[in-house]
Unconditional design. Structure first.
Lengths: 337, 312
């Protein structure tokens, strides 16, 4: 729930999103278990989590990209429209129009047998019904916008003729083609060299501020998350265990999982960081989640009360922690943020 | 692209040269002497020598090869050892008959196979997929000479619906001559249908599982345009297989042409082998092999036109 009263509806509002995979002959998998957030235009929310925490599945659910055997429930509103209730034809208008997505591997997310120009122009033609030459001219401007040198020539390039960083820039240009209000970014820097990573992050930050987009950025990299976000959400076993501003989450981590994640990560001031610590054990199977707090089996601070559903604690407006220990410090409970 | 096509064309020349060497060599390595077949056992050595000289068999092998190659380049494949008719004329007639059969069978088999594979892939895991996959597997697995015999039994022997063999008299009206094509074309189309169907299904499934299909949906494309991307991505490997299959249809229909008594290259080849008719054998194999090489050349160029990654 947005605790600051926004005059206009948020760019994206997600309420109690759940995703279950049901396939005959296989155990039911609960990949996302009640994720809620809202994000205004011009803000970046980073979802931080390990592999298998459900962060990519959440993004795919927002885009309607999950396979037919996935059961998605909850409410996803984009610019005031509940996209889970939209018919396929209307959904296609929203995808790539209001909301678009960039992917982890630009090489495999671009069609290898079409040029970059064709792929961008195709999106523009699909959404705006312009003719091919207008769309191509727009594609060129977009490539220039994402700082691709000699854009006119690059339009005729195939994905395999570009470097990894260039491809990701082209992917971003493609995602921006129809001025989306929400951009979903699924680990867009993970497959890139470190030097290129920073360039792409800076580009995204700049574009997001110029165009006033809301970005939902998914990563497992704490450093990347700190670099780009306004707000952060730490995800574990399909739900948010802690949300808040970058400062709150990075420096005042209240949930033992967040604290564990931070102290197991190498970041800038390693010399002063002390010992690198790992979190013992591994994330629970999504087919058989433990009752109560999902992190309890790995938690150093677990107590007997953790076996029942953990309380949702709101330490500051806009922040949330799902842990009994936080309750001791901030006794007032609240709605999940 | 033009550079690629030119380079690929140049590469075809040594291949064709090798083909001529193999064809010339194979026939001479094979046991049995064509002159012995022609001559009565009591023929005098002088007459045999005379015959050998007439056909050029008395010269050393490399001279024989060069003379044969030189003449073959101009379309002169010599005279048949069996009936002394010009090989070229026989070959052109047979090739025409085979081409009619192969083109129709390819058209039928390829279109059925592509449709079948595409529909099966889009219904992956459901009953329609299983049914169509079973049909494709049956098409590949049934020995086609057996299918031919069964079809003849049902449609020509038990029921007098279609002619059993031959290609009809030139004097017959067109629709009646077409009746002669029905059974051979169906029989021949089964294998290409099965092979292409299975290949299309596997290729399309593979493409549907790739990230860019999700990305295409994510940018707002509807089913139709996404399918266009799938088809363009699936085209190169399927084209390659179609080239090979068409090549087999041209040369590999010996059994079918024998069962249906169709006067095509398969039939000609079959007769030439039994008659040890070396000039006919050489010419037929050479022409079929050349077709095969040219076909693959065309396929390579078409593939490169579709998929830029092949152009290197």
């Amino acid at each position: 729930m947005p605790l600051d009263a926004a005059p206009q509806p948020p760019a994206i509002l997600v309420e109690n999103l759940c995703v279950r995979f049901e396939r005959r002959g296989q155990p039911e998998i609960s990949a996302v278990n009640g994720v809620s957030f809202s994000l205004d235009r011009g803000k970046v929310l980073t979802i931080l989590g390990e592999s298998g925490s459900g962060k990519s599945v959440s993004l795919k659910a927002l885009m309607g990209l999950l396979p037919p055997f996935a059961r998605v429930s909850g409410r996803i509103e984009i610019a005031g429209r509940d996209i889970l209730k939209l018919p396929a034809s209307k959904l296609a208008q929203v995808r790539g129009g209001e909301i678009s997505m960039i992917f982890q591997e630009p090489m495999s997310a671009l069609d290898p047998v079409y040029t970059i120009g064709q792929q961008i122009a195709e999106t523009i033609v699909q959404h705006e019904g312009t003719d091919q030459s207008t769309a191509m001219a727009r594609a060129r401007q977009l490539l220039e916008r994402v700082a691709i040198p000699s854009a006119a020539r690059r339009l005729k390039n195939y994905p395999h003729e570009m470097s990894g960083g260039m491809r990701q820039r082209a992917m971003i240009a493609l995602a921006l083609a129809c001025n989306p209000s929400v951009l979903l970014a699924d680990e867009p820097t993970t497959a890139l060299d470190v030097t290129v990573q920073i360039q792409i992050l800076m580009l995204l930050r700049e574009l997001q501020q110029d165009l006033g987009m809301a970005i939902v950025f998914v990563t497992h990299d704490v450093g990347v998350a700190a670099e780009i976000s306004d707000r952060m959400a730490v995800m574990y076993a399909g739900r948010f265990v802690e949300t808040g501003t970058v400062r709150e989450v990075m420096h005042e981590a209240r949930h033992p999982y967040t604290a564990g994640l931070l102290s197991s990560t190498v970041h800038g001031g390693l010399r002063n960081q002390g010992e690198l610590r790992t979190i013992p054990g591994s994330p629970p199977s999504l087919a058989a989640l433990p009752p109560g707090c999902h992190f309890m089996p790995r938690c150093r601070e677990a107590v007997s009360r953790c076996a029942s559903e953990p309380p949702v604690v709101v330490p500051n407006p806009g922040a949330m922690v799902r842990c009994v220990h936080a309750e001791a410090q901030h006794p007032a409970g609240g709605a999940p943020a | 692209m033009l550079i690629f096509a030119g380079r690929r064309l140049l590469q075809a020349i040594p291949i064709l040269f090798g083909v001529t060497l193999v064809i010339f060599g194979l026939v001479h390595i094979a046991p049995g002497n064509p002159i012995d077949m022609l001559m009565p056992p009591e023929a005098s050595p002088e007459i045999i020598a005379q015959m050998k000289a007439a056909y050029g068999f008395d010269k050393p092998l490399h001279i024989q090869y060069l003379r044969w190659l030189g003449r073959a380049m101009t379309g002169d494949f010599g005279l048949s050892v069996f009936n002394s008719a010009a090989v070229f004329g026989q070959l052109v007639t047979a090739l025409g008959n085979t081409l009619v059969l192969a083109l129709l069978a390819a058209l039928l088999g390829f279109s059925l196979g592509i449709g079948l594979g595409l529909v099966a892939a889009l219904h992956h895991g459901r009953w329609l997929d299983k049914l169509l996959s079973a049909i494709a597997t049956a098409g590949v697995s049934l020995p086609h000479y057996w299918t031919a015999i069964v079809l003849v039994l049902f449609f020509a022997v038990f029921r007098d619906w279609l002619p059993a063999q031959g290609m009809g008299d030139d004097a017959l009206p067109l629709y009646q001559r077409l009746e002669y094509l029905v059974l051979p074309v169906i029989t021949l189309s089964l294998i290409p249908m099965g092979v292409i169907g299975r290949m299309v299904r596997a290729t399309v499934l593979d493409i549907l599982n790739q990230d860019f299909i999700g990305a295409l949906t994510a940018k707002g494309l509807t089913r139709g345009p996404v399918l266009r991307h799938v088809v363009k991505n699936a085209a190169p490997p399927v084209l390659a297989l179609m080239g090979l299959q068409f090549g087999y249809l041209l040369g590999g229909s010996i059994l079918i042409e024998t069962v249906y008594n169709w006067p095509g290259t398969g039939n000609l080849l079959n007769l030439a082998i039994f008659r040890r008719d070396i000039p006919v054998l050489q010419a037929t194999i050479l022409v079929l092999a050349t077709f095969f090489v040219l076909l693959n050349l065309l396929v390579d160029i078409a593939q490169a036109a579709i998929d830029p990654r092949i152009r290197r």
